[in-house]
Design a protein around this ligand. Sequence first.
Ligand code: UD1
Length: 357
Amino acid sequence: MICTVVGARPNFMKMAPIVNEARRRGIAQLFVHTGQHYDQRMSDIFFEELGMPQPDLYLGVGSGTHAEQTARVMLLFEQVLLQQRPQLVVVAGDVNSTLACALTASKLSIPVAHVEAGLRSFDRSMPEEINRVLTDHISDLLFTTEPSGRLNLLKEGIADSAIYFVGNTMIDTLCQHLEAAKKREPWRTFGLQPREFGLVTLHRPSNVDNKATSRQIASALQQIGQELPLIFPIHPRTLKNGEGLWEAIPGLKIVEPMGYLDFLGLMSQAAVVITDSGGIQEETTALQVPCVTVRPNTERPITITEGTNQLVPPITDQIVSAVKNRSVKIGNRPKLWDGKAAQRIIDVIQSYLDTKH
Ligand code: UD1
C-alpha cells in the first residue's frame, strides 16, 4: 500500500492526477489530508472540481506557527503510519505538511517519494525553501519537473539513480481541465471580455505581512487598475494582514479565493497575471500568458528561460513598468509538461514497489 498526502491548496492540483492514476491501476492507497488548509474555498472545492476521492483520513491540523503546524502534523501522521505501515509515502511541493510527513515517514524507515523535487530559490528566508531542501534530502524517489531540479540535487550530493525527470503533474491537471474551465467563461461574472483584464494573487509573507512592501505593491495595482481592470481572489492571510489596504483600491475587484476551474478559466484569458505564487508561474507558462512575478527570485527558472514569466521586486514603478512593457513572447511549453507526468510517476513507483518485494 502507498500513502498519498495533501495538506494545503497547491498540493491538490499536484497530487490529484497521482491519486487518480494509482486508483486506476488498482494500487492500494491510503489518501491523507493533513488539514493545513481547511476552508471550503481553500480546500473542499478542489476535491469536487478535480475529481479526487475524499481523503481516507483527515488530520485537521489547521493553522498555527510553523513549529506548531509542523509538529501537529508529525504527531498525528506518526500514528497513521504506525497503524497502517504503508510501503511508501508520496508527498508533493514545499508546504509545511510536505516536510512534516516526509520527516515522520523517514524516521520510521518508510521510504518517501517527493513530487516536484530539486527546485531551489536559494533564498533560505522562504519557509518553502527550507521545506524543499529538507524533504529532498530524506526522500528515496525524487521526481523533478524541469532540468534544473536534477542539477541542484546532484550538487547537493543526492544520487543520480534516485532522480527521475517526469514532468509536471500540475500541468497534467491543467491539461485535463482547461476546456471545461474556459467554457465556464468566468470573466462574464465581472462584466469583462477575454484579454481585457489582469489577474492578481499575492500571499507571500515577504509581500503581504510587511506594511511598507504591501503599500508599494498596492500603489502599483492602483496605477495599473486605472487602465486594466484587475481581479484579485484574495488569500485569507493577505486580507487579514492588509487591514483594508487592498479593498480601498478602485479598479481592483477583490473576491474570495476561487475554485480551480474559475481561476484557471480566468488565468487562460488574462492579459497579464501578477503574482507571487510558485505554481502560477508554471501555469501561465503552459498557457502562454504573460506573468509578472513580484519576487526577487524563483525556484522555477524554466518559466523565465523558456516561458512567459518575469521577476520584479516589490517596488511600485518597477511593477507598473513590468506590466506595461510585458513580454509578448509566446514561450515554449517546457519538455514533458504534456499531461502525462503522473503516469510516469506511477510507472516508477510500481517498479520500485516490485523490486522491494
Ligand atoms: C501555505 C504554504 C505556501 C503556499 C500557500 C498557498 C507553507 C509554509 N506555506 O501558505 O507555500 O504557497 O499555502 O495558499 O506551508 N487560513 C485560512 N484558511 C485556510 C488556511 C489558512 O483562513 O484554509 C489563514 C490562517 O489565518 C492562517 C493563514 O491563512 O494562519 C496562513 O495559512 P498557512 O497554512 O500557515 O500558510 P499559507 O500562507 O496559506
